[in-house]
Design a protein around this ligand. Structure first.
Ligand SMILES: Nc1ncnc2c1ncn2[C@@H]1O[C@H](COP(=O)(O)OP(=O)(O)OP(=O)(O)O)[C@@H](O)[C@H]1O
Length: 364
């Protein structure tokens, strides 16, 4: 769990570095919040794995918090990184940064210092694989969940109607997981346009293995849009949906912490957010939550709730497993099997049609 703090005033970081920490250049791990309620002074301290203060740059967060996670993905784990926090606290800035327009610069380098987690992760994955001179294929999907609707951040805007992207359905994948149907997959390749395999390595017998890791990078909608926009017009529903989504996520987190990893069934189906993050909260995925908070005093309540939530989520125990490595020959055999099955299905359909036609003719 990481805590990224955009521009928190120094009062919130009032604990100075100890001499030991200064010597070891240790990153901060605590956020201290001071409150004066009815003349009573209340101090609260939240401990996280890492805390990034007002002067922290995107690179600092990335190098310290995300690089190890991307390395795990390259080792074959599924990992999730999501930013959580009040609206306007920097979730999008953290996940995407300010580099959307210049995405995919000619040199393949990062377009700006303000590049966030997503472009940096893509670059790290690509650089590492290039460095290994391995044959690989990297597929990237970016999605946003907002108002109980999933939108594809890679899909081109719909030019037919008011530039809205179509929401995508979330479905069970039949293997205990979920999938977002129609989510665009962008293939990031080397100059040689190598595709198909993420990474290969040889078994002692010289058989090639395929290692596959997945990195989920999630941008959540703000939880307190309600307060900012007020419950007017269509915004009321939006606010309700967002709050419902995050409330359910909060309940799931409590359930996971209190019931030792068991999520009550009703919560599992409650919201798309929970379904989408099912494997990331208490499942087999390694998950990093980046909590973003505001420096503004009028946001204190929400800041405390974000810190509370993030702190609670820290107690969730996931059981990460490396994805099963598959022998290349087995994969090819499976794919041939699949092709044969599809051919047989098509043939079968045709027979049914012919039979129906004949049936109607005979009926006549
Ligand atoms: N660490 C930062 N340094 C400089 N500017 C920042 C930082 N974090 C956020 N900002 C700026 O603050 C504004 C709000 O940030 P952002 O849009 O990322 O918030 P958000 O949490 O994604 O909001 P929402 O929940 O509404 O989507 C943006 O203008 C962004 O550029």
């Amino acid at each position: 769990m990481q805590g990224l703090n955009r521009t928190l005033p120094i009062e919130l970081f009032d604990r100075p570095f100890s001499d030991d920490e200064l010597r070891n250049n240790a990153p901060q791990r605590e956020v201290a919040v001071s409150q004066n309620i009815a003349g009573k002074h209340i101090d609260r301290v939240f401990t996280f794995d890492k805390v990034f203060g007002p002067s922290a740059q995107q690179k600092d967060l990335y190098d310290q918090a995300v690089v190890p996670i991307v390395n795990e993905v390259l080792e074959g784990f599924n990992c999730t990184i999501f930013a959580y926090g009040q609206t306007g606290t920097g979730k999008t800035y953290t996940m995407e940064g300010e580099c959307r327009r210049s995405k995919g610069g000619p040199s393949g380098g990062l377009p700006a210092e303000a590049a966030g987690v997503i472009p940096r992760a893509v670059k790290q994955i690509f650089d590492t694989l290039e460095g290994q001179q391995a044959e690989y294929s990297v597929k990237v999907t970016f999605l946003e969940l907002y108002n109980e609707e999933i939108t594809d951040l890679l899909a081109p805007e719909d030019i037919s109607r008011d530039k809205q992207k179509k929401p995508l359905p979330l479905m069970e994948d039949g293997k205990g997981g979920v999938l977002v149907r129609g989510l665009e997959e962008e293939i990031v390749t080397s100059a040689n346009e190598i595709f198909t395999l993420l990474e290969r390595e040889a078994t002692p017998e010289g058989e090639e293995l395929i290692k596959c890791g997945k990195l989920n990078l999630v941008d959540l909608a703000g939880s307190e849009i309600y307060h900012v926009l007020g419950a007017r017009d269509g915004r009321a529903r939006e606010a309700g949906e967002i709050n419902k989504s995050l409330l359910t996520l909060g309940r799931v987190i409590s359930a996971l912490v209190e019931h030792l990893g068991h999520i009550p069934y009703r919560f599992r189906l409650d919201s798309k957010l929970t379904r989408l993050l099912r494997d990331s909260l208490g499942g087999r995925t390694k998950t990093c939550i980046i909590a973003t908070v505001s420096p503004a005093v009028h946001c204190l309540e929400e800041t405390l709730s974000t810190l509370d939530y993030a702190h609670r989520a820290k107690h969730i125990r996931n059981k990460p497993e490396v994805n099963q490595k598959m022998m290349k020959s087995t994969l090819i055999k499976d794919l041939y099997g699949e092709i044969e099955r599809l051919k047989a299905d098509r043939y079968g359909e045709k027979i049914v049609v012919i039979c129906q036609e004949r049936y109607y003719q005979e009926e006549k």
